[in-house]
Design a protein around this ligand. Structure first.
Ligand SMILES: [Zn+2]
Length: 245
């Protein structure tokens, strides 16, 4: 759970969805808190027990599993890139319809505002914002140059193939290539779904990048991530093929 100094990662029981917390002193940034009511309550309790106060929420993109919140996390600004915030506002009812949650949490889902800067607005270590349009409009990754940690959002996963969803193949490739130089430098890669990748291991950030590039190049269905996949991922592969045609 403590991935490196100042970075916590928690994983939901659904779709290996990750929550990342950046912290310094008593200040915390909560990235993509996920997912179920009890998990969000546990996250709030954990931060309280560590004396951490959320000063910022960040959503990597406007999909329902990345724009959640909990009253126990307080009321700091909850931000995303301008395009992602616009996407959330435009699809708020669909986004909430995809969630099965108590009304008090449902009413917090998707309540994100636009941040038009190139780093997270907080006093802690610099977190550079990289905005692209792979997977979802205005999708962001966060790069912590100090500890060389890349928070990738819904890309570079060990359990999910690249999901084009709202993007074209060209947009997806462009997003991946924007992240590529940082993947090369990363000691740690945190995907939105899946497990943390560490440099110097077989499942390194570079290996993740190579796997995603390979998938986009051939889209043959031979990707090992499809070998024992749930139906929804196999359907997502079919949707990718239709979208790429
Ligand atoms: Zn997504």
């Amino acid at each position: 759970m403590d991935i490196t100094d100042g970075v916590l990662v928690l994983t939901s029981r659904t779709m290996h969805t990750t929550t990342t917390v950046l912290h310094e002193g008593s200040c915390a940034v909560v990235v993509d808190p996920a997912w179920h009511a009890d998990e969000l309550a546990s996250l709030a309790d954990l931060l309280t027990s560590r004396g951490l106060i959320p000063v910022l929420g960040w959503a990597t993109h406007a999909h329902h599993d990345h724009v959640l919140w909990h009253p126990g996390l307080g009321t700091p600004p909850r931000l995303a890139s301008p395009a992602a915030a616009q996407d959330a506002a435009a699809h708020l009812s669909q986004l909430r319809a995809a969630l099965d949650m108590p009304p008090d949490l449902l009413s917090l889902a998707g309540e994100i505002a636009a941040h038009d800067g190139d780093r997270l607005p907080w006093q802690g270590p610099v977190a550079q914002i990289l905005t692209h349009h792979a997977h979802s409009p205005g999708h962001t990754a966060l790069w912590l140059a100090g500890p060389r940690v890349l928070i990738a959002g819904d890309m570079l996963s060990d359990v999910e193939i690249p999901l084009l969803e709202g993007s074209t193949l060209a947009q997806y490739r462009a997003g991946l290539e924007l992240l590529a130089p940082l993947v090369e430098q990363a000691k740690i890669l945190i995907p939105g779904h899946g497990t943390v990748a560490r440099a110097g291991t077989a499942d390194s950030p570079r290996a993740r990048l190579a796997a995603d590039r390979r998938y986009l190049d051939d889209m043959s269905g031979a990707d090992p991530r499809l070998a024992h996949a749930h139906d929804w991922l196999l359907e997502a592969h079919e949707a990718n093929l239709r979208r790429a045609r």
